[in-house]
Each structure stands twice: as structure tokens, then as C-alpha cells.
Design a protein around this ligand. Structure first.
Ligand code: NDP
Length: 297
């Protein structure tokens, strides 16, 4: 069997077009331009790449992008003051603080200082609580993107057994909440899970969010299962350079799975598209307007 490839790149492009349409409508009908502020503290190279591409795509869909780059010597008080200023700024509808923050800054405190209505990453405790209780929340971008791909492929997910490998606050836990919300039977696995292989073999849906290159082999996958690979890992390539791989071994899994996301071109592009979608959703809610359909869950 050869798995159907879940093309996150194409899906994300479609989602960004939808976002751009809503942005144009907000401008034309209400004179509102959604704005996204991204705060980067320090000079982590990977974070710089993410922030640059977020800014570029924000502008491409017609929104305003506000970038705040601060040195890694920034004090917590100064960072909190910037967030307070962005919370109060009516031109800013979404605020994202790029993680990880430099040592010495309390990420939980920083994230929980963001106005929950502008928390487009969905990491504020209020949004975590809203999601966990099935209420309207800002939903974390990566799991939101995974859910969109799964719904697009399956339609209803009800009754399916989903195994989420990874229990981080950013991916694993919110992913599990979303799958539960769609009536999956959900198992969350982590580094202390006994017999991970046996557990994954029972899954109709596997979401791998571990951060270990090619850790899940095809032998663990139930024939016909759907595999969502969140991992982004850089390994040595055959040509002496490096290449990106996921947390699943794509080649062996693709011969057994019914559907699978590639790396790159799967979950990755969905994350930024969902960030833009969340910003439009936040902007619509802030202005008491009907929420655009298809941009959140
Ligand atoms: P974290 O490091 O925060 O969490 C990793 C999770 O994997 C932990 O819960 C850990 O368990 C678990 N784990 C580690 N080793 C094993 C093991 N041997 N068996 C089972 N579980 C294990 O990572 P993130 O959730 O932030 O990210 C996961 C991956 O997703 C990374 O590759 C990251 O780069 C990628 N990512 C991709 C995004 C995208 O846009 N595509 C966005 C965000 C992340 P424990 O809790 O017990 O330590």
C-alpha cells in the first residue's frame, strides 16, 4: 500500500487565500486592517527565520505586521511593558511572543500577560482553559493545522482512536484536546510510556510531536492509519549537507499508512497559515463582527 500524501503546503496556500479574502472584506466593509505584532527577544537563528517568514506572510495576506526585536539583555519588566502597550493598541489584534525566550525571562508570566483575546498562539491559561472545556478559544496554531488536515481527509473523526506522541503545552496537549473535541478516543504518549510500539499499532490516527528524527517506524503503524508528523529535525544528508526530516520514518510509514504528511510540506506550512487565520478571527471578535467560516474550530 502507498499512502495518500496530505499536502499541507497546498492546503496552507488555500487557507492563506481564504484569509486574504476576509482581510479584503474587513477593509472594504468596515475600514479595519487586522494587525499582528510579533515580539522576538534575542538572536536565536531559527526564531529569526520564523519571525521573518511570519512577517512576510502577514503582509502578503494584506494585514499589518508589527515586528519588535529586542536584545537578549531585555529585562522582564521592559518586555511586560511592551506587551501592555500592544494589549492597549487598537491596531494590534494579535500578539505573538516568539518562544523560547532567553534564560532569565519567565515565559509563563510573559504569555499570561498577553490579552487572551489577542493571544493568537493560544498559549494563555485562559485560552488553554477555554479549549479544555470546549468553549470558544484561540486555538494553538500547529494543532489547529493538524486538525484541519485530518478533517479535510476524513470528514468526521468520531470514534477513531488517536494516539498523540508528545505532551507539550504547544503541540501534544492541545492536539489531544482538539481530537477529543472531535470525539476521537485519545491516548497521549510520552517519554515514560510503556510499550509505545504496541500502543501506536492500535491507532487509527497517529500524531507524532516528539522532536526525535524518524523515531516512528512503519512497523508501528496499523495498515491504513493516518499519520500526522509534526516533527522538524535536521539530520545529515547524503550529499554532505543537511536535510529536514520528521519524527516518523516517512519511507517505511508511507508503505503501510493510509495517509501521511510529508516533512517538509506537511504540518509546517499549516502553522503559519493558522497564525494568520487566528489573527483574522481575533480581529473579527474584537470588532463584534461575524467570525469568518473555516478559519478556526
Ligand atoms: P517538546 O520537546 O516540548 O516535547 C516533546 C514531547 O515528546 C515530550 O512530551 C516528551 O515526553 C516526548 N518524548 C520525548 N522522547 C520520547 C520518546 N522516546 N518516546 C515518546 N515520547 C517522547 O517538543 P514540542 O512539542 O515543542 O515539539 C515536538 C516536535 O514538533 C519538534 O520536532 C518540533 O520541532 C516540532 N514542532 C513543529 C512545529 C511545526 O510547525 N511543524 C511547531 C512546533 C513544534 P516527556 O514529556 O515525557 O519529556
Amino acid at each position: 500500500m502507498t499512502a495518500h500524501i496530505l499536502d499541507g503546503k497546498a492546503f496552507a496556500a488555500k487557507l492563506r487565500t481564504q484569509v486574504a479574502t476576509h482581510v479584503a472584506r474587513l477593509k472594504a466593509d468596515h475600514g479595519i486592517v487586522p494587525g499582528l505584532a510579533v515580539v522576538l527577544v534575542g538572536d536565536d537563528p531559527a526564531s529569526q527565520v520564523y519571525v521573518r517568514s511570519k512577517g512576510k506572510m502577514t503582509v502578503e495576506v494584506g494585514m499589518q505586521s508589527f515586528e519588535h526585536r529586542l536584545p537578549d539583555t531585555t529585562s522582564e519588566a521592559d518586555l511586560l511593558a511592551l506587551i501592555a502597550q500592544l494589549n492597549a493598541d487598537p491596531a494590534v489584534h494579535g500578539i505573538l511572543v516568539q518562544l523560547p525566550l532567553p534564560a532569565g525571562l519567565n515565559s509563563d508570566l510573559v504569555i499570561n500577560t498577553i490579552d487572551p483575546a489577542k493571544d493568537v498562539d493560544g498559549f494563555h491559561i485562559s485560552n488553554v482553559g477555554l479549549l479544555g472545556t470546549g468553549q470558544k478559544a484561540m486555538v494553538p496554531c500547529t494543532p489547529l493545522g493538524c486538525l484541519m488536515l485530518l478533517r479535510d481527509h476524513h470528514g468526521s473523526l468520531a470514534g477513531k482512536h488517536a494516539v498523540v506522541i508528545g505532551r507539550s503545552n504547544i503541540v501534544g496537549k492541545p492536539m489531544a484536546q482538539l481530537l477529543l473535541g472531535d470525539s476521537c478516543t485519545v491516548t497521549i504518549a510520552h517519554s515514560r510510556t510503556a510499550d509505545l510500539a504496541g500502543l501506536v499499532r492500535q491507532a487509527d490516527i497517529v500524531v507524532a510531536a516528539v522532536g526525535r528524527a524518524q523515531m516512528v517506524p512503519g512497523a508501528w503503524i496499523k495498515p491504513g492509519a493516518t499519520v500526522i508528523d509534526v516533527g522538524i529535525n535536521r539530520i545529515a544528508g547524503d550529499d554532505g549537507g543537511t536535510r529536514l526530516v520528521g519524527d516518523v520514518d516517512f519511507d517505511s510509514c508511507a508503505t503501510v499508512a493510509g495517509a501521511i504528511t510529508p516533512v517538509p510540506g506537511g504540518v509546517g506550512p499549516m502553522t503559519i497559515a493558522c497564525l494568520l487565520a487566528n489573527t483574522v478571527t481575533a480581529c473579527s471578535r474584537a470588532n463584534g463582527l461575524a467570525e469568518p467560516e473555516g478559519l478556526t474550530v
